[in-house]
Structure formats: structure tokens, C-alpha cells
Ligand binder design. Structure first.
Ligand SMILES: [Zn+2]
Length: 80
């Protein structure tokens, strides 16, 4: 069966929304400020209080999500 990207009840396509924690390493300039260049950046994971969710940029609905049998993102319940 062909995959269909998750859509909001309003008909718009949903986006995956997450808050991500990451570490980064930067040098220090002679004036004590941080250098702009990032030497290393590592993703630590999600810190969303209730986990990542699907978001509608049009009406701002939020949905939980799940995965189908091929690990593809599918829409779940509307969050209240
Ligand atoms: Zn919507």
C-alpha cells in the first residue's frame, strides 16, 4: 500500500516537531567571547516534556504519532 504523509483534520500536511538537546564545542577568542565556528556538535536526544509530536502550521493542532509496519510515521490521536 502506498504511503500517505500524515495530514491534519484541516487538510494540511503535518510536520514533525521536537525539542532537541545537543552539546557543542567551540574555541574561545582572545577577548573572552566564544568563536563562531562549532568544532563539534553532538545530538543528545529529545527533551520534550511529552515527547515529539506532529504539528499543523495552519491551525496549530498537535497529534501524537506512531509507526506503521514499515517504520513510517503515521498520525495518532489529537492532543488536547
Ligand atoms: Zn490543521
Amino acid at each position: 500500500m502506498a504511503y500517505e504523509k500524515p495530514r491534519c483534520d484541516c487538510g494540511e500536511e503535518l510536520f514533525h516537531f521536537d525539542q532537541v538537546v545537543y552539546s557543542e564545542e567551540r574555541g574561545i577568542r582572545r577577548d573572552g567571547k566564544l568563536k563562531a565556528k562549532v568544532l563539534f556538535r553532538g545530538i543528545e536526544g529529545s527533551y520534550s516534556a511529552h515527547g515529539a509530536f506532529l504539528y499543523c502550521n495552519h491551525c496549530r493542532n498537535q497529534y501524537d504519532y506512531d509507526f506503521d509496519e514499515k517504520d513510517r510515521i503515521i498520525r495518532d490521536e489529537l492532543r488536547r
